[in-house]
Each structure stands twice: as C-alpha cells, then as structure tokens.
Design a protein. Structure first.
Length: 256
C-alpha cells in the first residue's frame, strides 16, 4: 500500500498497561467499560497520507497486507506527545458552558440541559480539552491529549483497499459527511455527478463538507468536474376525505 490509498481499517488502541482506550468493535467497548452511545463502532475509512492517523501508524500500515493482523507500539513523543503543564488552563464557566451547548447542537441534539461536568470533553477555539474541576465561575480544562505522556499500542487489520471511482468517492463522502452517506447517488464518467439525500440539504455542516469532498476527489480519485445535484420531487397532494369516500360509490356505479 502507498500514500493516497483509501482503506477500511479496524483497530484497538491500548495503553502500555494493557488498558483498552479506543476500538472499532462495539462489543469490546462494552466489555471494557468504554462504550459511548454517541460514538459509532465500525471499521473506519481513511486515506493514507492524509494526516488523519499518526504518521508512524500510517507508515506501518503501508507495509501491511490486507487481512493481516498487525501490532505497533509508539512512545509518547511519537504518539500523542508528552504532558505540558501550560496546557492546563482556567476558563470562565459561561465560556465553557456556551462551547458545550454549541457542540451539542452541532451534533444534532437540542443543546438543553448541557453544563460543565468533570470528565466532559469541550472544544474551546480550535482545541479540545477535558474538564478537570468545576467551581463557582471557573472551570479548569486540560488541553493535553488524553493519552499524552503514554506509550500506545495499536492492534489493527486492514480489511479492504478500496478500488474503483464510485467506491472511492463513496468512501470520501463517508469520511467527510457520515450522516446518511449510503444515500448519496454517485455517477461517474467524464464528469462526476453526486445526487445528495434530503438530510444533507438541511444540514448546516454540508456546505463545508461539500468543499472537502471535492478537494479529496480531485486529489485522490480524479481531476474531473464535480456536480452536486439536489432533487425536489413533485409534491403529491393527498385526496380530500370527501373524495376518498366518494371513490367506492363511483366504482360501484361504474360496474353496475
């Protein structure tokens, strides 16, 4: 495999003491007490060289064969870095609360009954952090990666190397817009025509996802014109109740 290949990957991530901290397997997540109802447990699709995975992990994957079980250990400096005390910061309660509400709404939820709690993850600016303490008017957030300072072990398997324009484009859509990604209709030829589902038409994240999809298609699939098509089906008006009741009578007269 090489940079630019689109693959389907299953993996488990462990700390050096053998604790499972991330997995693509729902049963393993439940058995190890790390299941999150808001997370999706299934093999991930990624593009080698795109920076979505740690560099040393990507390099190791390029040496792997499809279907081969592999393991890789990375020290902190090659994994998620060493811990930095300067990345533990005090923020105002209202700032953290506002960020949590915005994140909840971006995830398609209501944003109600959301407030700072110890252990919650929060995004402030362009950084994610873990809430460590909550006091009157102040919230301490640790912006170090949760696995900073730890040696990490990956157990992984490349399940598939995705081939063909249609499948590659479908994979790119899933990477950038996972909601109803299987409902996009893809037609390839001299141009690439993508018909989007109704859910994308009203999703605030779609406009940005669309540009990311086009960029990835041109870089990893083909430098072609990409057309996004929205279809609004003809509205079928329901018959009035009186018309529905009259239909059997009309049919009876016609057959008499």
């Amino acid at each position: 495999m090489e940079k630019g290949d689109i693959i389907k990957l299953q993996f488990d991530t462990y700390t050096e003491d053998g604790k499972l901290v991330e997995t693509t397997d729902e049963k393993k997540a439940k058995d190890n007490g790390i299941f999150d109802e808001h997370s999706s447990y299934k093999p991930v699709i990624t593009i080698l060289g795109s920076g979505r995975l740690l560099k040393d992990l990507e390099d190791d994957i390029q040496k792997a064969n499809v279907g081969e079980d592999k393991e890789l250990s990375l020290p902190p400096e090659k994994a998620f870095g060493v811990r930095d005390t300067n990345s533990v910061r005090v923020n105002s309660y209202r700032e953290v609360e506002r960020s949590l509400i915005e994140e909840d709404k971006r995830a398609g939820r209501s944003g109600k009954d959301v407030y700072p709690e110890i252990g919650k993850m929060v995004r402030i600016g362009d950084k994610y952090g873990k809430i460590m303490t909550v006091t009157a008017g102040r919230v301490v957030v640790d912006f170090n990666h949760p696995l900073a300072g730890k040696t990490i072990k990956y157990a992984y398997k490349v399940l598939e190397k995705i081939e063909g324009e249609d499948k590659k484009i479908g994979a790119i859509i899933e990477i950038n817009f996972s909601k109803d990604s299987d409902k996009f209709k893809i037609e390839t030829g001299e141009e690439i025509v993508i018909t989007i589902p109704d859910s994308a038409k009203i999703d605030d994240s779609w406009p940005l996802a669309k540009f990311a999809i086009v960029g990835a298609i041109r870089e990893y699939v083909a430098n072609k014109t990409v057309i996004f098509k929205e279809i609004f089906e003809k509205r079928v008006e329901e018959k009035k109740e009186e018309e529905k009741k009259a239909e059997p009578e009309q049919q009876a007269k016609a057959t008499s």
